[in-house]
Design a protein around this ligand. Structure first.
Ligand code: M3L
Ligand code: AKG
Ligand code: FE2
Length: 421
């Protein structure tokens, strides 16, 4: 641990020196030893490669491909891809990270063409390709989006004329499946056409891209307005925009809807891109956006109807972002299922209500609403981590079937088809 303290001390000393406060520093007994080496930049001979590196006391600095990267020495030892440290068949680490000295530093560093060689105190050599380091560095990741998306309001979505994929081509060709998934990843919704209007065919579709996520509602579900379950979804009432299963610790990733029958009026489906609305909040009120990413909330499902007894609780903020690049990846928005707020003090609660209102105003702008009437044969897939759904009240007999999908497995299929997900 000494080396970390040293470098920390060194940094504070440098800060003090920069601010001109030197007296404290000179009182330290080993002041000189804190600055043991003059730092030299190593440049590559070839101009075209444009690579330079420095060995600092507590990290390795690399400039390459217009990126300045800083690597911790333990990190450099830990990611060694040599045969004894990494099994390239299973893509698993063999090295026991706990056996690495936390104060490790390379004995020598050398660059040959585009490969960096680190020789460690015990003689072990680690090789890194410069491009690999760029791809895998924090600085490289920070600039990258995990999931490219096209945020939409009704006009943007309709203008894009996103084609539906045909049932046959979805099931039988990789191209059909890939087109479908690409649209789904970009927009958070996608349709399959000409599906025979049965639960079995809907299930086949779902199984083509993922594993079906079985929940308290079953594996494939099938529902009418019979109030067979203790939830408003099982009535004829209107449902305002929301995401489902906010009361799960991990809300379901994807929802599949297939309307098998409707003899009556109303019942249109409402779709709103939650990420588009959140982006508007970020632009107009960044501190409110931040609050929505920070305040943890509970959502709850309490059911006691007939034989069904359930009590589910999920905790998490409304907006979930990756901490390193601030990219939004999940919105949890369901005012029906939001539980008592008892996770934040009153003053934060008040600011949270204001931020929630700002988001709600964006979500409710008529220009952000995309309305569609689900029909037998046309199956809708919704990214339940991004796109909110709702429905208009209706009359008559309406049958809806569908299921939830596990998000990991949808993304797995997408990656195997060569898509970025
Ligand atoms: C889709 N299906 C009818 C099975 C369930 C409906 C769940 C409704 C619940 N309030 C929620 O938003 O999670
Ligand atoms: O009836 C509908 O169209 C959708 C109801 C709903 O929100 C749901 O089942 O999750
Ligand atoms: Fe729902």
């Amino acid at each position: 641990m000494w080396c970390h303290r040293l470098s920390h001390l060194q940094r504070s000393l440098q800060n003090l020196l920069r601010r001109g406060v030197t007296c404290w520093a000179f009182q330290q007994p080993s002041f000189k030893s804190l600055f043991p080496l003059a730092i030299h930049w190593h440049h590559t001979a070839s101009e075209s490669l444009n690579c330079a590196w420095q060995q600092h006391e507590d990290h390795f600095e690399l400039q390459y491909a217009n990126t300045v990267m800083r690597f911790d020495y333990v990190w450099l030892r830990d990611h060694c891809r040599s045969a004894s440290c990494y099994n390239s068949k299973t893509h698993q680490r063999s090295l026991d990270t706990a056996s690495v000295d936390l104060c490790i530093k390379p004995k020598t560093i050398r660059l040959d063409e585009t490969t960096l060689f680190f020789t460690w105190p015990d003689g072990h050599v680690t090789k890194y390709d410069l491009d690999w380091l760029v791809r895998n560095s924090y600085e490289g990741q920070k600039q990258k989006v995990i999931q490219p998306r096209i945020l939409w309001n009704a006009e943007i979505y309709q203008r894009a004329q996103v084609p539906s994929v045909d049932f046959q081509s979805f099931l039988e060709t990789n191209e059909g499946l890939k087109n479908f998934l690409q649209n789904f990843l970009l927009y958070g919704i996608a349709f399959v056409e000409n599906v025979p209007p049965t639960q079995e065919h809907t299930e086949k579709l779902a199984e083509r891209i993922s594993l079906i996520r079985e929940t308290i509602y079953g594996r494939m579900w099938y529902f009418t307005s019979d109030f067979s379950r203790g939830d408003t979804a099982y009535t004829k009432l209107a449902l305002d925009r929301h995401t489902d299963t906010t009361y799960f610790q991990e809300p379901c990733g994807i929802q599949v809807f297939h309307c098998l029958k409707h003899e009556g009026t109303g019942g249109r489906t409402l779709l709103v891109d939650g990420f588009y609305a959140a982006e508007q909040v970020l632009q107009k009120a960044p501190e409110e956006f931040e609050l929505l990413t920070e305040v943890p909330l509970k959502h709850e499902y309490i059911e006691n109807v007939g034989e069904c007894h359930n009590h589910m609780i999920g905790v998490g903020p409304v907006l979930n972002i990756y901490p390193w690049n601030k990219e939004l990846y999940l919105i949890r928005y369901n005012n029906y299922d939001r539980a008592v707020i008892n996770t934040v003090p009153y003053d934060v609660v008040h600011r949270w209500y204001a931020a929630h209102r700002t988001l709600t105003v964006e979500l409710r702008r008529p220009e952000n609403e995309f309305w569609v009437k689900l029909k037998p044969g046309r199956v809708l897939f919704i990214d339940n981590w991004r796109v909110l759904h709702g429905r208009e009240s209706f009359t008559g007999y309406r049958q809806l079937c569908g299921c939830y999908l596990t998000r990991d497995d949808v993304l797995n299929t997408a990656r195997l088809l060569g898509l970025q997900a």
